[in-house]
Structure formats: structure tokens, C-alpha cells
Design a protein around this ligand. Structure first.
Ligand SMILES: [Zn+2]
Ligand SMILES: [Zn+2]
Length: 278
């Protein structure tokens, strides 16, 4: 597997890439623009292509783009829906410029319309948008903590979206803290074995392209999204050890989104993960 971490926008791409490279990172994730803004500044193509070159030169791959949190493909508001489709499309284009093969997306909140309607709208929206997305960039649906009316917290819901498209059209990003909050037992070896069996049965491990490795501040099943430093939260080291020791395909990216990204904690968290691999 290739271990990496989410890098902040603050400080700039190059400085952050070189900083985490020093910590032994082999892959990175970033937001393509302000994650809480609807409008992206027009791309500085020269600047972004420089990023792609730098990542390549430093053997940092894959570069992963996390889509802005505002995007909600299940929203009932036509205005927000249009903005969401627009911003997701721009993010896919931005990923292509970065040489990034993956864009990670939280599938959305149905806002009271119900799970079934929400899922159907997500599927329709992706189906309509897909032809406009660049080749070579895959959308990865990330499992969510399931707060409020968030969709995609269960493997069943993710499978429903994924399997509405031909195999390998979309992929999955599995986040341990979100899974834990949604009730999956990432905390014990038995729990991890069981949930991976479930994943295999409902989704298929061949659709898993990325792991988000985060400990959780909250109790299992609490449906609250609060990340914690690796080994210092409710999930703890045993579950992570079991998860990391699975026979993952070579080069499977594992990315941390632990608290205080951009600080000295990055080094500590990466070290904590590496100690579990020994
Ligand atoms: Zn996410
Ligand atoms: Zn995540």
C-alpha cells in the first residue's frame, strides 16, 4: 500500500508536498479549491500543471482530490442541485489537470425526501453528468457517518449507487472514522474481518480504490463525524492493524485525514500507522 495524508491549502501545494514527502508520504489528497465555496477561481493551468510535474518527480501518486463538502447531489433545491453538478464537474476537470485519477465525494443528504428518492436522484445526476467528465478521472463515493439525512453511510446504499453503472465506472473510498460512526466495528480484528466480508458481498473489494484512515473521537454508531489521531481514539490500534494487514492490491492508497492537518501531528500519525505495519 501507499501511505499518505491530506495536505492543507494553506502554505501552498509545493511546500506541503515537500513537507509530507519528508515524512515518507507516497500519496496525497487535497481540495481543488476552497471546500466551503460554490465558486472556484478559474484554474491557473500553468500552476496546476507544475503541481502535477512536481508530484510525479517526487514519486507522489496517486494525487487524490476531495470534492467540496457543499456538493449535494441529493438536494431537493433545484438551485443547489445545479450548483452541485457544476462544482463537481469543475472538480473533475481540476483533478485531470492535477494528474489526479480520483475525486472523492460524499454522496449527499436527502433533506427529508427519503433514502430511496435521494439515492435515485444521485444515480440520475451522476448518469447525466458522467459524459462531460474527463477520461481518466474516477469518482469515488465515500462512506459517510450518516449524520442527519446523509446518504451513503451503509454498504447497501453505496452498492445501490455503484451498481447502477457498468463495473468500474465508479469506485469507493472507505473511511474508518465514518464507518465506525455509522456502526461498523473497525475496532477489533473480528469486526474488521466481518465488515470486509460484508463489503465484499455487497459491493466487491475490486471497487475499493482508497482507504481514509482516521481514528474516531466518538462512540461506535453515534453517527457523528469527529476524526481523532491514529491510535488515540475509540477505534484504537488493534482494528487498524487488522485492516492494514489485509492482502490489499499493490499500490492501494491509504490517506490520513487526522486532526491538525499541516502540523507536527502529521508526522506522528504517519509514524503511528507505520508502526502498525511492522
Ligand atoms: Zn470525505
Ligand atoms: Zn474521509
Amino acid at each position: 500500500m501507499r501511505l499518505g495524508i491530506h495536505i492543507p491549502l494553506k502554505g501552498g501545494f509545493a511546500a506541503n508536498l515537500m513537507r509530507v514527502k519528508e515524512y515518507g508520504c507516497e500519496t496525497i489528497q487535497l481540495f481543488a479549491g476552497n471546500p466551503t465555496a460554490w465558486k472556484m477561481a478559474p484554474p491557473n493551468v500553468v500552476e496546476i500543471e507544475k503541481r502535477a510535474v512536481l508530484a510525479r518527480e517526487q514519486s507522489i501518486y496517486p494525487v487524490v482530490i476531495h470534492c467540496a463538502y457543499l456538493v449535494n447531489l441529493a438536494t431537493r433545491s433545484p438551485d443547489f442541485h445545479e450548483k452541485s453538478v457544476q462544482l463537481l464537474g469543475e472538480t473533475m476537470q481540476r483533478a485531470a489537470l492535477h494528474g489526479a485519477p480520483y475525486v472523492v465525494l460524499h454522496t449527499g443528504n436527502h433533506g427529508g425526501a427519503g433514502v430511496e428518492e435521494g439515492l435515485e436522484q444521485i444515480i440520475e445526476t451522476i448518469d447525466g453528468a458522467l459524459p462531460k467528465w474527463p477520461d481518466g478521472v474516477k469518482l469515488l463515493l465515500e462512506n459517510t457517518a450518516g449524520s442527519g439525512t446523509a446518504l451513503g453511510s451503509s454498504f447497501e446504499e453505496l452498492a445501490r449507487i455503484l451498481k447502477s453503472f457498468p463495473p468500474y465506472t465508479l469506485g469507493i473510498c472507505l473511511d474508518t472514522a465514518h464507518g465506525w460512526a455509522a456502526g461498523y466495528d473497525f475496532g477489533t480484528a473480528d469486526g474488521v474481518k466481518m465488515l470486509l466480508e460484508q463489503f465484499e458481498r455487497l459491493i466487491g473489494l475490486e471497487s475499493l480504490y482508497l482507504l481514509h484512515l482516521n481514528d474516531a473521537k466518538v462512540a461506535r454508531g453515534s453517527r457523528v463525524d469527529r476524526h481523532e489521531h491514529i491510535g488515540r481514539g475509540q477505534i484504537g490500534r488493534d482494528g487498524f492493524r487488522e485492516l492494514l494487514r489485509q492482502p490489499w492490491p499493490e499500490g492501494m492508497p491509504v490517506i490520513l485525514e487526522t486532526p491538525d492537518i499541516g502540523s507536527e501531528w502529521d508526522r506522528r500519525n504517519l509514524k503511528a500507522v507505520r508502526s502498525l505495519l511492522l
